[in-house]
Design a protein around this ligand. Structure first.
Ligand code: GUN
Length: 288
């Protein structure tokens, strides 16, 4: 039997529709236009596409969007000054520093993320927000894992009591995903590159989340029949084809539900960024 295909565009449209009406309410009732600033340093082509997509999504739903383009060779001080200006700018509710940073700034990434006001940290990468998530006080949540949770919720897939197995332990996806699932009462296992006998663990998963950046890594032998498979990977093959970390064609014959790549959970990442921006407005202005 073939799996239910969890189409990102259906869920993303649902989320955007509800954010759009929240944005309209903020304008009509409170006279506030939410504002998002995205800082991009240098000319990384993939980053430029991501930032352009974020800008377009903001415009579509009525969020003011500012792209701050900084030169590749910007100094630490210049970048920190820019972050400080945005922290203090009342028209800006959310700040996102597009990653990766150029080589000469990479080792100070944590310092820049920490400079962002935690209440404007729409990426959820500030240590205060990471800590809050870890102790069950969810504040602004990282967009990709938050999108995975939203998709499960909108698809009415039960999380509580289920064994969720996460493959990948990154700060951006694996670790926050584990905390989000744990807070929703899953039993959580995190696997990674040093895990011994990975298939024996992934085969126990009711919910399998994969975020490792390895094309077609998860095969049907690694999946329990009926499992829900969330593929966070986006990999470009030599022939330019985009594929996930899960071998979709094989695994869809075993899984109960599966996200495709492209067209899966990736589409919810931007939707959750918009959602976080609206949430940041409400936090700053004390609006319920
Ligand atoms: N680069 C790729 N994905 C992301 C993301 O979610 N946030 C930031 N800041 N940079 C990224």
């Amino acid at each position: 039997m073939s799996a239910r295909i969890l189409e990102g565009k259906i869920f993303a449209a649902q989320i955007k529709e509800s954010i759009k009406s929240e944005v309209e309410n903020l304008m009509e009732i409170h006279g506030i236009t939410p504002g998002l600033a995205v800082i991009i340093v240098g000319e990384n082509p993939a980053s430029k596409v991501y930032v352009a997509n974020k800008h377009k999504a903001c415009e579509e739903i009525g969020i003011y969007s500012e792209v701050v383009q900084m030169p590749e060779m910007v100094t630490q001080e210049e970048l920190l000054t820019q972050i400080k200006l945005l922290n203090e700018n009342p028209a800006i509710d959310g700040i996102l520093l597009q990653l990766p940073l150029p080589e000469h700034l990479k080792h100070d990434e944590a310092k820049f993320l920490k400079a962002i006001d935690p209440d404007k940290d729409v990426d959820g990468f500030h240590p205060v927000n990471v800590g809050k998530l870890a102790i069950g006080q969810e504040h602004l949540l990282p967009c990709t894992p938050y999108g995975c949770i939203k998709m499960l919720e909108l698809a009415q897939i039960d999380i509580a009591g289920k064994h969720a197995v996460i493959v990948g332990r990154s700060n951006i996806v694996g670790k926050p995903m584990a905390n989000l699932l744990l807070a929703r009462n899953s039993t959580v296992t995190i696997c990674h590159s040093r895990t011994v006998d990975l298939p024996s663990i992934t085969r126990q998963a009711d919910i399998l989340v994969v975020a490792i950046g390895k094309p077609n890594f998860v095969t049907k032998e690694m999946v329990k029949p009926g499992a829900v498979v969330i593929d966070v990977g986006i990999n470009r093959l030599a022939d330019k084809k985009l594929v996930g970390d899960v071998d979709f064609e094989q695994v869809k014959e075993v899984a109960g539900a599966i996200t495709p790549v492209p067209g899966g959970v990736g589409l919810l990442t931007i939707a959750m960024l918009l959602s976080n921006t609206v949430k940041a407005v409400k936090l700053r202005h004390n609006i319920q």
